[in-house]
Design a protein around this ligand. Structure first.
Ligand SMILES: [Cu+2]
Length: 444
């Protein structure tokens, strides 16, 4: 047994010992630092730029070899889950479509080692990047094709900064149709140049996957049925999150065969970059929708100064749907629900649809309307107030007051301050609820 005094003094000794060793460590570190003639350890790359967030994807790792940043890309067949319930046979890079995002810094010497594990030859074209002609990746024109099993090396110095892409320039019609694409971001040399708090990127694509099948049809030219951000459809697409007041950049590249007018709710933005370079400030129009042409990139920036859950989507409304028949007869206003019982005698499970609109699609799926294998409902997503009736090219920008810098996790649904949600007017309560606190709104 220790006495109370022993415990106290022993504790004091322990405390003192702790203080001494801490002092020693500090002294040793200071001595070492003073004695060292080596240059300070360079800051991690994160200090040079805001690390990019690729929706439902990631950044390609690299290794420094004698002053050259070395990246490895493997072209190969991949399986991509568009959203839970649908997995598609695609081609891509390093196990995903799009391939991982390449991130480098202006002035870097980069070496891109490309191995082909596809069943046919390929190449990689570095879309928008200034480089020697022989590095441009056009099969047959600037280099021999990379045959299955072969590895080719591309090497060049990055002379510009901006937002670019990579994709095959060999059997391009098929290879791009089944998902071969990726983004290539070159950050400015100076960390102060065009710095933002959040930096997001994704690629637009369109696919034709017949209901009940697993492999996209490469021959389709216009009638696609799946519309994706980074080969995912809503509700399988990551949200983009920001803290209130942060500067947000979203880089969007279009490798599909259609233009997509991308619309952001809640904010106006400026187009600060294309794949051709930076737009001078005086030429940056305020917009809430930007058309992303085929084979092009638009970069939009805004201050996320209003908290909430804000939609961002393609404004072609058929592009925010999953697989749907475009040749169905028009049933709007055709009274046929009273025939259900008679038809069900011939066709068990028959349900009439479309008489008063298409919103009942969601109910039909919930009631167990059978869908073909590997096929998602046309409209999906459940929000805090009901079904979202969306699919395809749709996700959310979630702005919150209390996010830590660099925290990109989904914060859940927005909790609207009292009195700031549209309310139902009825006989019992025809006035705005919570009138007392309702007009205060959210303090900004
Ligand atoms: Cu679209």
């Amino acid at each position: 047994m220790m006495t109370r005094r022993e415990i106290l003094t022993g504790g004091a000794a322990l405390l003192a010992g702790g203080a001494v060793s801490a002092t020693l460590r500090t002294a040793n570190a200071a001595e070492k630092a003073a004695a060292s003639t080596k240059p300070p350890i360079p800051a991690p790359p994160e200090a040079h730029y805001t690390p990019l967030v690729t929706l439902n994807g990631g950044t390609l790792p690299w290794k420094m070899e004698n002053g050259v940043k070395v990246f490895h890309l493997t072209a190969e067949p991949v399986k991509r889950e568009f959203a839970p319930g649908m997995v598609v046979n695609c081609w891509g890079y390093n196990g995903s479509t799009p391939g991982p995002t390449i991130e480098a810094v202006e002035g870097d010497r980069v070496r891109l080692v490309v191995t082909n594990w596809l069943p046919e030859h390929t190449t990689i074209h570095w879309h928008g990047i200034f480089l020697p002609s022989g590095m441009d990746g056009v099969g047959g024109l600037t280099q021999p094709h990379i045959k299955p099993g072969e590895t080719y090396v591309y090497e060049f110095t990055l002379r510009q900064h901006g937002t670019f892409m990579y994709h095959p320039h060999a059997d391009e019609m098929l290879q791009v149709a089944v998902g071969m694409m990726g983004m290539f971001i070159v950050h400015p040399k100076s960390p102060q140049t065009r710095r933002v708090d959040r930096d997001y990127c994704f690629m637009l694509h369109a696919w034709d996957v017949d209901p009940g099948t697993f492999t996209p049809r490469p021959a389709t030219m216009t009638e696609f049925n799946m519309w994706t951000f980074n080969s995912r459809v809503f509700p399988g697409i990551d949200p983009m999150v920001a803290r209130t007041g942060e500067r947000v950049r979203i880089r969007i590249a279009n490798m599909s065969m259609h233009d997509h007018p991308i619309h952001l709710h809640g904010f106006n933005f400026r187009i600060t970059e294309t794949d051709g370079g930076q737009v001078p400030e005086t030429a940056q129009l305020p917009e809430v929708t930007v058309n992303i042409p085929v084979g092009a990139i638009r970069v939009l920036e805004f201050i996320a100064d209003e908290p909430g859950d804000w939609s961002i989507h393609c404004h072609k409304s058929h592009h925010t749907m999953n697989a749907m028949g475009h040749t169905v007869p028009n049933m709007l206003g055709v009274q046929h629900s009273d025939l259900d019982e008679k038809i069900q005698k011939l066709l068990p499970g028959y349900m009439s649809m479309g008489e008063s609109g298409m919103a009942d699609m969601t109910d039909m799926v919930e009631m167990g309307m059978p869908l073909p294998a590997n096929t998602l409902p046309m409209m999906m997503g459940e929000g805090p107030f009901g079904p979202l009736e969306m699919g395809g090219m749709f996700t959310l920008v979630k702005v919150r007051d209390d996010l830590a810098p660099g925290d990109h996790r989904d914060p859940g649904w927005y909790q609207n301050p009292p009195g700031t949600v549209a309310w139902k007017m009825d006989d019992a309560a025809s006035e705005k609820p919570d009138e007392s606190g309702g007009h205060e709104g959210h303090s900004r």
